[in-house]
Structures are given as structure tokens and as C-alpha cells.
Design a protein around this ligand. Structure first.
Ligand SMILES: NC(=O)c1ccc[n+]([C@@H]2O[C@H](COP(=O)([O-])OP(=O)(O)OC[C@H]3O[C@@H](n4cnc5c(N)ncnc54)[C@H](O)[C@@H]3O)[C@@H](O)[C@H]2O)c1
Length: 381
């Protein structure tokens, strides 16, 4: 069977996500496995063209992975006809300008979330891509986490009966940078640079809720900057102008209430860095990144509130592990393969710019809810 190669312009590969998850774990991993297999059995390899602001950093990455093409000239990379796809994992604030340019050049676009900093811009991107007739996709990696795939399997199998509520806990302590280096880039803590946990995480929670449980109809959020000053990569103190924790309540169609805490100022006392508890009339589940535990109504204990007696029941022992029953590949890579098939043979791909815009909208309305101190309806987009 034939092997075809297509060029993929990758902007932002010196960053955490662009390098590790998209270049190394997705594009290079796809090539190592022989390419993306299309429906006719033929294979497609991806030729990365690295784009960024710093030629030395790009040269280092290119040399390390034997990549031939790198440039600081985005226009030149977009001008080459065999570069079919433009991928963007830059800081969020740099995304819209570059993506619009790539759309104008007729490239199919795949981008990290959030697609923009405002709903208006996110919609404009979706409209521009549609008007130009280019395929468009946004990274929605959490949908491919083994824990959430197991949760989806439970939902599809009718395990929960009627789903009542979802409780999500996401986060960990991000060091302030003074006595221990921060483990996340400093722009995340500056609103003026596109930072903030609402803008970062609500787009994720949006596609998780929409794909697993139903459309989000309202949001109430309290966004807080718990740590007012941090220390950046150069060791300089800066004012943290962006929210570092968000306490959100979302209403979903069907009457489901989802309550999700997102925090970079929390110390982890759970099994995984993100966990969702879903309670339904017939059963409950707690899903994390990899694992998922369930308790069926038939195995539900009957606790009686009595603070005079010590708790004897070990509640967590009454839950059962959901088996893998499948091999789980890297979620970023699975989505890359799906997007390549979408571009080349029109295979379905629902994680488009329109869904990306709904995620940005939820973040924007979450911030408005916080500013106005009230619950906000989410209009359909
Ligand atoms: N899907 C996910 O789970 C996930 C996780 C983290 C971040 N992200 C998203 O990925 C994007 C990149 O995040 P990251 O954590 O990799 O960030 P990062 O700071 O590690 O990387 C940012 C990249 O953007 C480039 N860049 C372009 N213009 C810039 C500018 N003006 N200032 C600073 N850098 C600039 C940098 O050179 C670098 O390559 C963000 O949009 C973020 O929301 C997604």
C-alpha cells in the first residue's frame, strides 16, 4: 500500500504542550508507527515544519528529532502548497492572529484550546474557517482519557439510570516560584497575557460536559486569585492578575447539576489530579485520568448519621474498579489521527471550531458570572 507524506506547520513547539504532547507523543509517534492509516488501507506520514520565534530553540528540537524543516517565518511556511495543515499550540493570546493567517492561506487548522480569548473572536475563527472551506479542529484531549472513556462506557451502557449530578475536582499546588520553581509557565497567572484558570479549564469542562452529559444551560462561577504575587522564569516577582482558582456550578439539560472546582492552589488528597463523581439513580462512579470506580444501587450502604460513634464502615472499600477492557492510546495522538483522516477523507470529527467557541463562551460567561455575582444562562451557539 502507498505511503503519502503531508506537511504540518507546527507553531508553538518550544512550549510544554506543543513539544511533548503534540510533536513527540503525537506527530513523531504517528510516523514511528508507520503513519495514519486511511480507510483504503493506505498510510499518511506527517512532515513537521517547526515554526516559532526563536531559531536556536527550533534548531535544537529539529536536531534532536532529525526534523529537516524549521523557520521563524510563518508566512513562508504557510506559502508552501504541500503544507496542508496548520497546528497552533502557542500561548492563547497569540492564537487568533496566526490562525486567521493560516485560514487565509487555505490551510486546514488544528489548534490547542482555548481557540481564542473571547467568544466573539472564537466565533470569528469558526466562521472564517467555514467561509474559506478549510477543515478545523480543536484539541479536546480529556475526552480520550482512559478514566473518562470508561465513564462514557458506563453512560452508554445505562449504568447510572437517571444522572443527577456531577462533582469535579481538578487541581494541585502550583508553586509560587519563590522558594521552589513554579511548574507552570508564568503567563498563566497574568490576565493580560491570556492567563487564568477559568479561561484555561472551563473550555475543557465544557466539552467534557457536552459530550458526556448534555448541553450546558447555565453557569455560576466564583473566580479567585488566592496568591496575589508570584515569581517568574527569570526570578522576578510579578503581580498575579489572573484567577488561580474557580468554583463553578453548571446546569445541564435534563436537570443535571455539575459542580466543578478548578484550582492551582489546592493540595491533592485524592487518587488523581482530576476526578469526577457522577451520581445517578441506579449507580455512582468516580472517574479520574486513568481509573474509574463504581458503586451500584444494590451495593450501596445505608449510613446513619451518628457523631457519637466512630465511623466503622470503610466507605471507599465498597466501590468496584471498572476494568480496562481495551488498550488506551495517547489521547492527543488519537485526536491527531482523527483530524488527519478528517482532512484527507472527510472522516467525521466533531471537535471543531464551533465546539471550541462554545468552550470559550462558557469561560467568558463564567467570568461574567463572577464579576456580576449571579448565575448566567448560556445561550446556544
Ligand atoms: N490540552 C491541554 O490539556 C492543555 C494543557 C496546557 C496548555 N494548553 C494550551 O496550550 C497552549 C500553550 O500552553 P503551554 O502550557 O504549552 O505554554 P508554554 O508557555 O509552555 O508554550 C507557549 C508557546 O507559545 C510560544 N509563544 C508565542 N508567542 C508567545 C508570546 N507572546 N509569549 C510567550 N510565548 C509565546 C512560545 O514560544 C511557546 O512555544 C495554551 O493555549 C494553553 O491553553 C492545553
Amino acid at each position: 500500500m502507498s505511503v503519502r507524506t503531508i506537511g504540518v506547520v507546527m507553531n508553538g513547539v518550544t512550549g510544554r504542550m506543543g513539544y511533548r504532547q503534540h510533536l513527540v507523543r503525537s506527530v513523531l509517534a504517528i510516523n514511528e508507527q508507520g503513519g495514519v492509516t486511511l480507510s483504503d488501507g493506505s498510510r499518511v506520514k506527517l512532515k513537521p515544519v517547526l515554526v516559532g520565534r526563536n531559531a536556536d530553540k527550533l534548531a535544537d528540537i529539529a536536531a534532536k528529532h532529525e526534523i529537516a524543516d524549521f523557520t521563524t517565518d510563518l508566512d513562508a511556511a504557510l506559502a508552501a502548497d504541500d503544507n496542508l495543515i496548520y497546528f497552533d499550540a502557542q500561548v492563547t493570546s497569540a492564537r487568533v492572529k496566526a490562525v486567521l493567517k493560516a485560514i487565509e492561506a487555505g490551510k486546514h487548522i488544528y489548534a490547542e484550546k482555548p481557540t481564542a480569548e473571547s467568544t466573539q473572536e472564537a466565533i470569528a475563527l469558526a466562521e472564517a474557517a467555514t467561509a474559506k472551506g478549510v477543515k478545523n479542529g480543536v484539541v479536546q484531549d480529556k475526552l480520550f482519557l482512559p478514566g473518562l472513556l470508561k465513564l462514557k462506557r458506563l453512560i452508554d451502557g445505562g449504568f447510572f439510570g437517571r444522572i443527577l449530578s456531577v462533582r469535579g475536582e481538578f487541581g494541585y499546588w502550583v508553586f509560587e516560584g519563590d522558594w521552589q520553581e513554579a511548574q507552570r509557565p508564568s503567563w498563566n497567572y497574568r490576565a493580560e497575557d491570556g492567563g487564568g484558570i477559568v479561561l484555561d479549564m472551563f473550555p475543557h469542562w465544557h466539552y467534557v460536559m457536552e459530550n458526556l452529559f448534555g448541553r450546558v444551560t447555565s453557569v455560576y462561577a466564583q473566580a479567585v486569585t488566592h496568591i496575589p504575587a508570584r515569581v517568574d522564569e527569570q526570578g522576578r516577582e510579578y503581580p498575579a492578575t489572573a484567577d488561580d482558582a474557580a468554583y463553578g456550578i453548571f446546569e445541564l439539560e435534563g436537570g443535571i447539576v455539575a459542580q466543578i472546582n478548578s484550582s492551582w492552589t489546592v493540595r491533592v488528597n485524592r487518587d488523581e489530579l482530576v476526578e469526577f463523581q457522577v451520581d445517578g439513580t441506579h449507580g455512582s462512579a468516580v472517574a479520574g485520568l486513568r481509573n474509574c470506580r463504581v458503586q451500584h444501587r444494590s451495593a450501596t450502604p445505608k449510613p446513619v448519621w451518628n457523631p457519637d460513634l466512630p465511623a466503622t464502615a470503610r466507605f471507599r472499600d465498597g466501590w468496584q474498579e471498572v476494568p480496562d477492557n481495551a488498550e488506551f492510546d495517547n489521547g492527543f495522538k488519537i485526536q491527531w489521527e482523527a483530524f488527519v483522516r478528517h482532512v484527507l477523507e472527510d472522516a467525521p470529527f466533531s471537535n471543531d471550531f464551533a465546539s471550541g467557541a462554545r468552550g470559550v463562551q462558557l469561560a467568558e460567561l463564567g467570568l461574567r458570572s463572577n464579576a456580576e455575582g449571579r448565575r448566567i444562562e448560556v445561550p446556544g451557539l
